[in-house]
Design a protein around this ligand. Structure first.
Ligand code: KIV
Length: 287
């Protein structure tokens, strides 16, 4: 297939040309391969893995080691998409040296092309240090789930003029620090579009309207896999795989219980003469 792996210049070129960038999350090889083959530009091994695959209540408990196992699984399967590892809570917050070491692990051990971390002014020095260390870095502004308890919960950010201005200022600071991409989560569409027009790096929105440079969704949300009640307003369900998987599992259980599975076509025969010899052997030994 004549496809070029996605790199930073490709993403910058897409922004310049007004071509939308696609991003989805993935956490294992099977799904990552499907997404990659279907043509998604970038795959985020999100710390949303904490909720959607590891069963934690929120994203805070997931560890570096857990994220690295998932990142390695994804990068083993991907040929074209750019894979970004999401730095877990407290893997970059304590000090800059720690952040460089942990971000470096995503690249060296995880095979990721870069890392994402949440926050504005408070992480600018860290972003600058990561970029200086040669680690491509993605920012994340607006609703930042790792610090949801400090921003009033999981709610839209930037709904006042001052709050919108603060997000724009943070976006500019992150761009200046060398971030090559920004995720903007749960921000009013006009604010998000204004930010996308005013920064040079691509803005990937989630709940930020269509006026930004690309979109990201959590895979389990867009495929209807998540079983934790109502999805956020910004999620569009492109499939109801949760219902289809449940129906398949029920059918399997029914068929196993009824003796209908496995059928002849799922079983391995032994030649008649070998079978006869086996039975004779059993009879001869009194078994
Ligand atoms: O962890 C994640 O999946 C994310 C996306 C929601 C952007 O950060």
């Amino acid at each position: 297939m004549d496809r070029k792996p996605i790199d930073i210049p490709t993403l910058q070129q897409k922004k310049r040309r007004g071509e939308k960038i696609t991003m989805l999350t993935a956490y294992d090889a099977a799904w990552a391969r499907l997404l990659d083959q279907a043509g998604v530009d970038t795959i985020l091994v999100g710390d949303s893995a904490a909720n959607v695959v590891l069963g934690y209540r929120d994203t805070l408990p997931v560890t570096m080691d857990e994220m690295l196992v998932l990142t390695r699984a994804v990068t083993r399967a991907v040929r074209w998409a750019m894979v970004i590892g999401d730095m877990p809570f407290m893997s970059y917050n304590a000090d800059v040296a720690d952040a460089i070491r942990n971000a470096g692990r995503f690249v060296k051990e995880g095979g990721a092309a870069g890392v994402k971390l949440e926050g504005g002014a408070g992480v600018v020095d860290t972003v600058r240090a990561l970029v200086r260390a040669g680690i491509p870095t993605v920012g994340h502004l607006g609703l930042t789930p790792q610090t949801a308890s400090m921003i009033g919960g999981y709610r839209c950010q930037g709904r006042t003029a001052a709050a919108a201005r603060a997000i724009l200022d943070d976006a500019r600071r992150l761009e200046d620090a060398g971030a090559f991409l920004l995720v903007l989560e749960c921000v009013p569409d006009r604010v998000a579009a204004a930010i996308a027009r005013r920064v040079g790096i691509p803005i990937i929105g989630i709940g930020a309207g269509s006026g930004v440079d690309g979109q990201v969704l959590v895979l389990h949300d867009m495929l209807g896999f998540r079983d934790t009640g109502a999805a956020p307003r910004f999620v569009k369900r492109y499939a109801d795989l949760g219902d289809r998987v449940a129906a398949a599992v029920r059918a399997y259980c029914d068929e196993v219980r009824a003796g209908a599975f496995p059928a002849a076509e799922h079983t391995f025969p032994i030649p008649d003469d070998e079978w006869a010899a086996f039975e004779r052997g059993l009879e001869g030994s009194g078994q």
